[in-house]
Design a protein around this ligand. Structure first.
Ligand code: NAD
Length: 272
């Protein structure tokens, strides 16, 4: 709920979520719907199978790589709700790959979705938030945006980019009454591994395994993420591993680098 503009109590928050048909995105949809918000779930598919989304949640196609889709989404939100309160930039794909195996087409693909998709969302809705002098942006990055393990440079770069974008906007938009959060989960059991389609299949195998075997559910991670948002955190760490990576890199840099160089050595050993 948010305060009504005329001071007459509270009204329902209006929330747009990308990548909302699966995994964490669907978790955010369920969380906001349960909290009584008006939710526009969006994803790349034209329709979502019946029963996937909670009753009362709207669905529209929004491919985050399409400027036109973002404009259509903003127009829908303006015409239907008169504005937006919360933007959750969650849509994303995964990739692994050694630097000499990743193709430029693979870099373009993941940058366009994971990084520029978030840029497009922020560009589309920042003007309305600035005009309203309120709004919340929740960007879903990853622990990979905070600590960079070997053989996943393209994914790491997109997520570090989302962290940098979020930090920039934290400072740039706060004077306009807008809050910005960046959620950095560790491995969560979702459908993300299905987006692994790179040419360096050996390098992607480990990520495939770790996403599939994670014991953490989207529901749990979203609950932790929203607790961090409610507490006013900027970087929202949802697992202990995230805290180890975040603080280890800052407070114990030599150890951090030793651990990751060793990880690089292990992957180099298996090089064919
Ligand atoms: N699962 C993990 O281990 C993990 C860990 C850290 C961060 N994340 C991040 O969480 C976010 C959500 O991923 P998930 O794990 O729930 O995976 P998921 O595959 O279950 O959900 C991702 C959703 O994004 C959608 N999507 C993909 N390309 C899109 C596009 N061009 N436009 C709109 N939607 C698109 C997919 O259709 C899918 O519904 C991603 O940004 C991911 O990088 C996931």
């Amino acid at each position: 709920m948010r305060p009504a503009a005329d001071g007459s109590g509270t009204v329902r928050e209006r929330v747009l979520i990308t990548g909302a048909a699966s995994g964490l995105g669907l978790g955010f949809v369920e969380w906001y719907a349960a909290a009584g918000a008006q939710v526009l779930a969006t994803d790349v598919a034209h329709v979502v199978p019946a029963g996937v989304l909670p009753v009362g949640v709207e669905y529209r196609r929004l491919d985050v790589t399409s400027d036109e889709d973002w404009t259509v989404a903003r127009d829908w939100v303006t015409e239907t709700w008169g504005g937006l309160d919360v933007l959750v930039n969650n849509a994303g794909v995964a990739a692994g790959g050694r630097i000499d195996r990743l193709t430029m087409a693979e870099w373009d693909w993941i940058l366009d979705i994971n990084l520029l998709g978030v840029v497009r969302g922020c560009r589309t809705f920042a003007p309305g938030f600035i005009a309203a002098r309120s709004g919340r942006i929740i960007n879903v990055a990853s622990v990979a945006g905070l600590a960079q393990a070997p053989v996943m440079s393209s994914y790491n770069v997109t997520k570090a980019g989302v962290v940098a974008l979020s930090e920039t906007l934290l400072h740039e938009l706060r004077p306009h009454g807008i809050s910005v959060h960046v959620v950095c989960p560790y491995f969560v059991r979702t459908n993300l591994a299905q987006s692994l389609r790179g040419t360096d299949t050996d390098a992607e195998a480990a990520a495939y395994d770790r996403i599939g075997r994670s014991r953490r559910t989207p529901e749990l991670v979203v609950r932790r993420a929203m607790a961090g948002v409610a507490a006013g955190r900027f970087v929202v760490l949802t697992e202990a591993m995230g805290r180890v990576a975040f603080w280890g890199k800052r407070l114990a840099a030599p150890l951090y680098h030793r651990v990751l160089v060793e990880a690089g050595r292990q992957t180099a050993k298996s090089r064919d």
